[in-house]
Write a protein of this length. Structure first.
Length: 259
């Protein structure tokens, strides 16, 4: 291992995932030995994740032509005003279109923004964001379980049990705090000998504070979500429902036994 000291550039590279594997291992060992710095880096990582989540819907979109600087300058050089009859016609069309579209959309269900269905969507999004990461899928590793428990409790505002799924063949990899529409959530990640990963997401519930377990699916991703005593949980993975359900039952059993 190199004797080169760990710098802020190294820490920033660790957060961004830009270090080479050797340097990444050195920084990781340094953080294991310095929990105060590890906590700071975890906080920075959370801020990064919040920014990514906030801009994810538009980050890949091209710049709209309306915001193209050369086009904007050209438009200002050639000011134009539509004839009054055109403006009136446009107003009539907008009114008609608004009425028709409002009526045609009357039967379309808007996805709930609260409750376990919202939690299920957040869990699926968190899985898609972190489970494929082969460099640093978790901020705090399983070897620092106590630090992980303390960090998630502090950020979520309530103790969140970390289930043990080793009997079922899944090891705890670690976890992180992730942003959601409803505040910080605790994310714990597991994997088995084949590299199959599971993610459990937990956060306080504003509504549906006690709900039975219900399945949800998105493509090849399956999950189960429920709520107990004001905390919501969702276990998700690219696992068949008949294999995932017993795991979710075990997670719920352990959480209830520690409550």
């Amino acid at each position: 291992m190199s004797s080169r000291p760990i710098t802020e550039d190294d820490l920033n590279g660790f957060i961004d995932g830009t270090l080479n594997p050797d340097r990444h291992a050195e920084v990781s060992a340094y953080l294991d030995a310095h929990p105060d710095v590890a906590g700071r880096i975890a906080a920075y990582g959370e801020q990064r994740d919040m920014l990514r989540a906030a801009f994810a819907p538009v980050i890949e979109e091209p710049v709209p032509t309306e915001l193209d600087l050369s086009r904007m300058i050209e438009e200002r050089r050639r000011p134009r005003q539509a004839p009054r009859w055109a403006m009136a016609a446009a107003a009539v069309l907008l009114v008609c279109a608004g009425g028709v579209s409002g009526w045609s959309l009357r039967g379309i269900a808007v996805p709930p923004s609260e409750g376990v269905q919202a939690l299920a969507r957040e869990a699926a999004a968190s899985y898609a964001a972190y489970a494929p990461d082969q460099v640093r899928p978790v901020e705090i590793r399983a070897s620092d379980r106590d630090t992980l428990a303390a960090w998630t409790t502090k950020r979520v505002g309530r103790p969140v049990a970390i289930p043990d799924l080793t009997v079922a063949g899944y090891r705890l990899m670690g976890g992180r705090v992730v942003p959601t529409e409803h505040g910080p959530a605790a994310l714990f990640m597991y994997d088995d000998d084949r590299g199959t990963r599971l993610v459990m997401l937990a956060r306080p519930m504003r509504s549906e504070r006690d709900m039975p377990m219900s399945p949800h699916a998105q493509g090849d991703l399956n999950g189960l979500a429920w709520a107990d005593h004001g905390l919501g949980y969702s276990l998700v993975g690219a696992v068949a429902p008949d294999r995932l359900h017993p795991l979710a039952d075990e997670v719920r059993r352990q959480i209830r036994s520690e409550a």
